[in-house]
Design a protein. Structure first.
Length: 187
């Protein structure tokens, strides 16, 4: 028997972070996704201990300010895409308002650190989320396009094909075949 589990990355990450920080006995507050304020000074040894506790979960402490800003940009983009909220402004306006910097500044830092553009990162994240929605939630292309704020199914399909090399319909057929094969093996 197979089941599909839907999960919220923010909730999972915050829960893990809370559990690991609680193990240290340090007093802290989680300010926003990935930002922790300690209510007392912490030593380099404490920082090392925290790093060790979260490393196995793919988490790490960021010390470079440009890298911190890039992580905040990525987190804001993921929230914009995955929250389910209808955002009625361009991504550039949303990011500028959310992060308190001009889009030109944000875009330059992002490109400098990641060697890709914010626009490209947004497309990649939208397509990854589209794949998840097609697989786990079994949504129609129209529903996926609406949820991801695409202007049309054709726009989603074009970006999907340009990113993955196959159309969303072909992707759905591949997933269907794999499920059939998996179900036959179980029987």
């Amino acid at each position: 028997m197979k089941i599909f589990v839907k999960f919220d990355f923010s909730t999972v990450c915050n829960k893990i972070l809370e559990e690991k920080l609680d193990e240290t006995g340090l007093k802290y507050k989680i300010r926003s996704f990935g930002e922790v304020e300690f209510l007392e000074n912490i030593s380099k040894q404490d920082q090392k201990l925290i790093s060790e506790k979260i490393r196995d979960y793919g988490m790490e402490i960021i010390e470079n300010q440009k890298t911190v800003l890039v992580q905040k940009i990525k987190d804001a983009i993921l929230h914009m895409i995955r929250s389910g909220e209808q955002i009625h402004v361009k991504a550039s306006v949303y990011l500028s308002e959310k992060l308190g910097h001009s889009y030109g500044y944000i875009s330059n830092i992002f490109s400098e650190v990641t060697y890709t553009s914010i626009e490209n990162f947004i497309i990649l994240q939208k397509i990854e989320y589209a794949k998840q929605l097609l697989i786990a939630e079994n949504l129609s292309l129209t529903d996926v396009a609406n949820r991801l704020n695409y202007s049309s199914v054709a726009h989603l399909s074009t970006q999907f094909k340009n990113t993955t090399g196959i159309t969303p319909s072909q992707f759905q057929k591949i997933v269907s075949k794999r499920r059939e094969i998996g179900n036959k093996k179980i029987s």
